[in-house]
Design a protein around this ligand. Structure first.
Ligand code: GLN
Length: 297
């Protein structure tokens, strides 16, 4: 892991997200790689325990929790087709008014509204508990990040209002965005994120704790949608080059789920024009090649 990290650190391309001050101020030199293996062990590079906000890497796990809490009915409420557009595109499925898929912002705002809970605090508690089970350790929200996300997420508020108008979102727009903002603000490190990815890759059982977090059917469905939609308008390029289902995010975190094999995480804040960590993509291509992870390889 450290040898791969040394190959990535000299790469200087990309820009940090400017969507909120906390991301604009993120350490551009942060670079961490972690693997979580079926025997429960975790291997990581330098920086593997440095915390960062999970941002959109939370979306596969929100989808999994929504599927679990609705007995699969979440599949009727959100599409599963790639958009070929940016993560925050103001776009719903034509004809149904559903979000196009759970990996773009509209879809994740909706899955936040589908998890169990009668109000935003209960839904947030359910999500934090579920994410902690995926990670195998108690996770927490960075309140400053959550506040900024809620205050400055104008496009997310717009998407939520649009879904209210379509009748697809049944809680208030502000409540849905508040829960989504907190979910994006959950602090993880590369090691925990790798365990979360491994739990999906290994049929829903956390390899570190042995706990079944979701059913194998749900894990399969989530990884399938990561494969087609996880890197937004870069999903085709990613599947060809890396060949491992993954989810990118504006904090520069990428979670990977290699089916039946392992989970991995790479984080480094500078992003390319599609919102994918530059070092993350180069590192993931190298990891995939070195470990033979390409699902079509
Ligand atoms: N919290 C971010 C947003 O809603 C997440 C987007 C991302 O990571 N791509 O804008």
């Amino acid at each position: 892991m450290d040898a791969l990290r040394r190959r990535l650190v000299p790469e200087r391309d990309g820009e940090r997200s400017t969507s909120i001050p906390e991301l604009a101020d993120a350490d551009p030199d942060l670079c961490a790689i972690a693997l979580a293996l079926p025997d429960g062990s975790v291997r990581s590079s330098v920086d593997g325990d440095v915390p960062f906000s999970i941002q959109s890497a939370v979306k596969p796990f929100l989808f999994a929790l929504a599927l679990a809490d609705t007995d699969g009915a979440a599949l009727d409420r959100v599409g599963i087709e790639p958009t070929g557009e940016a993560f925050d595109a103001i776009k719903l499925e034509s004809g149904t008014g559903r979000p196009p898929n759970p990996m773009v912002n509209a879809g994740a705002i909706l899955t936040c509204a589908l998890v169990d809970g009668d109000d935003p605090d209960e839904r947030t508690a359910r999500i934090i508990g579920g994410l902690s089970a995926f990670a195998g350790r108690p996770l927490e929200v960075d309140d400053g990040v959550a506040h900024s996300e809620h205050l400055l997420g104008d496009r997310n508020h717009a998407l939520a209002h649009l879904m209210r108008d379509e009748g697809t979102l049944t809680i208030t727009a502000d409540e849905a965005v508040a829960v989504y903002a907190r979910a994006c603000a959950v602090l993880v490190d590369a090691e925990s994120l790798a365990v979360m990815g491994a739990t999906l890759a290994l049929g829903g059982v956390n390899p570190a704790t042995g706990q079944r977090v979701v059913s194998s059917r749900i894990a399969r469905d989530v990884v399938a949608v990561m494969a087609t939609c996880g890197v937004y308008d870069g999903s085709g390029r990613w599947m060809r080059g890396v060949g491992v289902p993954a989810k990118s995010s504006v904090s520069g975190a990428i979670v990977l789920s290699a089916p039946g094999t392992l989970g991995a995480a790479i984080v480094s804040p500078p992003l390319d024009e599609r919102g994918t960590s530059v070092r993350g993509r180069i590192g993931a291509e190298a990891l995939s090649a070195d470990l033979g992870l390409h699902v079509f390889g």
